[in-house]
Design a protein around this ligand. Structure first.
Ligand code: ADP
Ligand code: MG
Length: 456
């Protein structure tokens, strides 16, 4: 039931409002000061507050501000016997749903109440929709609308709260590290440490002492006891990056930790239990590495329990736009720029680019463009030259043979045109709107051509 709080010190107007709104079936409550109005609002019990501007204890504007801070979904209609236009404007600017001058007619009150309630209901609904959409499309701060990314988000959510070992594979720059962090921040271990180790960067002996720690004097340079990253990550997550290039000796030791959940410091025979979630990443094809004898098969099966493959950016056309806009907003804010937009040409170039460096490359391209661009739009000139040619040379990727016999132009061009459209559709995962952008034509032209060439 809709609950309205009448906050008015004047007994006469209290009574009028209670009677009028009571008849309409609203649940009512009355208070005569700012202090008394706040507890029910804070509890989220109240849908609407009718509040006199001269309310004792700070006034109606103060109550409005408090409500905005405490419970912004609660609507506020301000009432005043001496209200000026300025008061009304100020109240609306502060977020009041309406402003009524006293004396008011019953009709005026009812209209204002209905409108205010309708507005908050809409706001709530929008908020709920927006949250649902955000949850579906996002995981922490990982952007991904592509169906393969959505499936990955589902997996991550499902395994986040377990201690299962997770392997993330994919080309460099596809978001492996970001995903590992998201996995940690969604887990029950989120308040514990997230410790990152690049296993490809260190020689075996150093890596071992880095991960497992060492006892003083166990090798030259070990001047004091040192705890390793596994112990440092206790209660949290350890992220072992570039696992594919680690040495055979290290692989044996890692297998032991994963199986027994214990470590031994270098130079020490005691075993120390460790409570860590292990996430590993590699940009190598581990199956191939196993076949070539570069990666231990038993370790491969041990870390393969849950494995996530990050698709390269060129295979997720719908993400290019979502990511580009995400980075645009972020860098515009970081560099103190106002809202920025891509021109159609610039967006088409971004969509057509092959992105060998994946999301990392796109991120760099957008930051550079934000720094370079002069006005509120990002145009082709703000993008690296390599990207202009990606867009411009796309048609030339399917050239006519130089010695083709002469014939009607239209017929000669129909073949390559059809193939280009098919390529663009494939590139965009069948998304026609994006394919049209890549091709630099509008949607209706594309639909016309699809019909003409019988492409479905
Ligand atoms: N899906 C994504 N949403 C938002 N940012 C991303 C996404 N994927 C990658 N990034 C960003 O791109 C950059 C490269 O990602 P990273 O996780 O370091 O890739 P990898 O570890 O696979 O080389 C990082 O700055 C990261 O924040
Ligand atoms: Mg990484």
């Amino acid at each position: 039931m809709t609950k309205i709080l009448v906050a008015d010190p004047d007994p006469r107007s209290q009574q009028d409002l209670q009677q009028l709104l009571g008849q309409r079936g609203f649940q009512l409550d009355a208070v005569t000061s700012v202090a008394n109005a706040l507890p029910p609002v804070a509890d989220g019990e109240v849908d609407l507050v009718l509040c006199d501007l001269g309310l004792p204890g700070g006034g109606g504007m103060k109550l409005l501000q408090e409500i905005q801070a405490l419970h912004p979904e609660t609507a506020v209609v301000l009432l005043s016997a001496f209200g000026s236009v300025q008061d009304a404007v100020a109240a609306m600017q502060q977020g009041a749903a309406d402003f009524l001058g006293k004396p008011f007619t019953p009709e005026q009150v009812l209209v204002a109440v209905d409108r205010a309630l309708e507005k908050t209901a809409l706001q709530r609904e929008n908020q709920a929709l927006k949250t649902a959409l955000d949850d579906r499309l996002r995981l922490d701060n990982v952007v991904g609308t592509d169906p393969r990314m959505q499936a990955i988000f589902k997996t991550v959510k499902a395994v986040a709260s377990t201690r299962t070992t997770v392997l993330i594979t994919g080309e460099s720059g596809t978001g492996k590290t970001l995903l590992a962090r998201a996995l940690h921040s969604l887990s029950t271990r989120k308040h514990g440490p997230f410790v990152e180790v690049n296993c490809g960067a260190l020689p075996e002996s150093l890596l071992e002492s880095e991960l497992f720690g060492h006892q003083k004097g166990s090798f030259t340079g070990a001047v004091r006891d040192k705890i390793g990253k596994f112990e440092a990550a206790a209660g949290g997550t350890i992220f072992l990056d570039e696992i594919g290039t680690s040495s055979p000796g290290f692989q044996v030791k890692l297998l032991r930790v994963l199986q027994d959940r214990v470590i031994e410091r270098v130079g020490d025979t005691r075993t120390i239990p460790v409570d860590v979630r292990v996430v590993l990443a590699t940009n190598k094809d581990l199956e191939l590495a196993v076949r070539k004898g570069e990666f231990r098969e038993d370790l491969y099966y041990r870390i393969q329990v849950v494995s996530i493959e990050m698709p390269p950016l060129r295979q997720r056309a719908s993400d290019v736009q979502a990511l580009a806009e995400h980075f645009l907003r972020r860098f515009a804010a970081e560099h103190g720029r106002g809202p920025l937009q891509f021109t159609d040409r610039a967006l088409a170039a971004l969509l057509a680019a092959p992105w060998p460096g994946n999301v990392r490359q796109l991120e760099n391209v957008i930051e550079r463009a934000v720094v370079l661009c002069q006005g509120p739009t990002i145009d082709l000139a703000d993008l690296p030259a390599a990207l202009h040619t990606a867009a411009a040379t796309r048609p030339a990727a399917d050239p006519l043979p130089p010695d083709a016999p002469p014939g009607p132009l239209k017929a000669a061009l129909a073949g390559p045109e059809k193939r280009l459209i098919e390529q663009a559709l494939a590139h965009c995962g069948g998304n026609r709107e994006q394919a049209a952008k890549v091709l630099g034509i509008n949607r209706s032209t594309l639909f016309h051509k699809l019909r003409k060439f019988g492409i479905h």
